[in-house]
Design a protein around this ligand. Structure first.
Ligand code: CU
Length: 487
């Protein structure tokens, strides 16, 4: 009897010890600090071929397919557009009519959404426009917005995280005739560089979507790919290089900076250039956000772009990767560099006036719902009259990081927790990070396209949250029209 008691006691002690060790590991595990030997030349996504269609329309072809990629782990099965991983860079000028023929050679339904693009709801590529395996869809519209770094990615019901993670994403660069575009570095792949950043986790030679214990935002990888290149370096031959930073991850938030705290110029955000370059030493991007920065280099030097401390120091931030640090990209300056100067001013953008707002709406992001409601394709959460201005108050109601992304329009941030926004939120935006418990006020004009039968989306761009239904819909109508959605 006594032996049994002692044995039982020992067992309990062992179990408690194991539990305590797990708890200690859970709370005391240090954040990631990933440093790499940069040994692969950065891949530059090719500019997509296009042909001239009827009435001068520029026509692109995209095919979603699977393939094998070499990320240094063997042959990794991945998805891409017109290739094994990611897609070509689509490029068109303001005023141009474009069409993109999308074919689905995958074994599951997909869609393609043109993130940041102002276009009719029926072309927007949300979950309402599924492309079945073997099927196709043509999106056609006229580009009419300032030059910007936009991107395209799938937006199907419940499968967005998986599809983007496997590699479905690409850039859509809009050009215009603003002198600032030519005053900035603009030679694609030479001094104007796409930097599409994604974190990955590997299980053997394959991508893994296993979630870190405690994460409330989905997969957080421990390796970085830039344009699909692991451990990338870029040879630079001019004094200034423009980096088009795109957070094309599924969940991770980055806080980009240069090693040693070297300042750089922030020149653009999601929807276009700022009024002037702002010198800073960091720019934070949540999923889907973009920033254009210009980095000055000295002959012969090597300078590392890193991401550090994207979120505050609390436990919630820790579990969501907020204290992780990564080497992202090494810039290798040549022995002699072509001289270049940064313009003093960029693009004058009028501020939208809240006094002119026809409507003010408020939404709270909490759990996996927006204002207590999950996604319903037959419900319009907002009915907006075409060509009016609206003010939207967006709050993150709890401790999990979220982001607010709205289709069709670019907005301006009026207030962040009651204060004027910092430079990185001062320009055109289509996505904004919603820090825990913070309130944001944004303003947008819903121009040009009315369609009472087809909704646009607004949603959290943490892709796991989006897949779990953290989305709402708005419909743009002519004055007096009623929405008629069918789900
Ligand atoms: Cu979210």
């Amino acid at each position: 009897m006594r032996k049994w008691l002692l044995g039982g006691l020992a067992l309990v002690l062992v179990l408690c010890g194991g539990g305590a060790a797990a708890l200690v590991y859970f709370f005391a595990r240090p954040p990631l600090d990933v440093r790499v030997v940069f040994d692969r030349a950065l891949r530059i996504p090719p500019i997509a071929d296009s042909r001239q269609g009827e009435q001068g329309r520029r026509v692109f072809e995209l095919q979603a397919r699977s393939g094998d990629s070499d990320f240094g782990h063997g042959a990794t099965r991945t998805w891409g557009y017109n290739g094994a991983y990611l897609g070509p860079t689509l490029r068109a000028k303001r005023g141009e009519a474009v069409a993109v023929n999308v074919r689905n050679a995958l074994s599951e339904t997909t869609t393609v959404h043109w993130h940041g693009m102002h276009l009719p709801a029926a072309m927007d590529g949300g979950p309402h426009r599924p492309i079945a395996p073997g099927g196709s869809f043509q999106a056609a519209w006229t580009v009419d917005q300032p030059a910007a770094t936009l991107w395209y990615h799938p937006h199907p019901s419940e499968r967005t995280e998986t599809q983007v993670y496997r590699g479905l994403a690409g850039l859509f660069i809009v050009d215009d005739d603003e002198p600032a575009q030519r005053a900035l570095p603009h030679d694609y792949g030479v001094d104007d560089i796409p930097v599409l950043v994604q974190d990955k986790q590997f299980d053997g030679d394959q991508l893994s979507m296993g979630e870190r214990l405690g994460s409330d935002i989905g997969v957080l990888g421990d390796e970085i790919l830039v344009n699909g290149t692991p451990r990338p370096y870029l040879d630079v031959r001019s004094e200034l290089v423009r980096l088009r930073l795109v957070n094309a991850s599924t969940a991770r938030i980055y806080n980009f900076g240069l090693a040693g705290g070297r300042p750089f110029a922030l020149v653009g955000t999601d929807g276009g250039l700022l009024d002037r370059p702002y010198m800073t030493d960091h720019v934070r991007l949540s999923v889907g956000e973009r920033a254009e920065i210009v980095v000055a280099l000295e002959p012969g030097e090597r300078l590392t772009l890193r991401s550090e401390q994207a979120l505050g120091g609390d436990l919630e931030s820790k579990f969501n990767g907020g204290r992780d640090a990564f080497d992202i990209l090494q810039l290798r300056a040549g022995a002699s560099l072509t001289p270049a100067t940064l313009p003093k001013t960029l693009v004058a953008t009028p501020r939208l006036d809240p006094e002119q707002a026809a409507q003010t709406r408020s939404f709270v992001f909490q759990g996996r719902e927006i204002s207590g409601r999950g996604m319903d394709m037959s419900r319009a959460d907002a009915v907006v009259v075409k060509d009016t201005i609206e003010v939207w108050n967006i709050a993150n109601g709890h401790d999990t990081p979220h982001s607010f992304h709205i289709h069709d329009v670019q907005f301006q941030v009026l207030l962040v927790d009651g204060r004027a926004p910092p430079p990185e939120l001062s320009g055109w935006k289509d996505t904004v990070f919603l820090a825990p418990k913070q309130r944001y006020r944004v303003i947008a004009r819903f121009a040009d396209y009315a369609d009472p039968a087809t909704a646009y989306m607004f949603h959290c761009h943490v892709l796991k949250h989006e897949d779990e239904g953290m989305m709402g819909q708005f419909v743009v109508v002519e004055p007096g029209q009623q929405p008629r959605l069918h789900g």
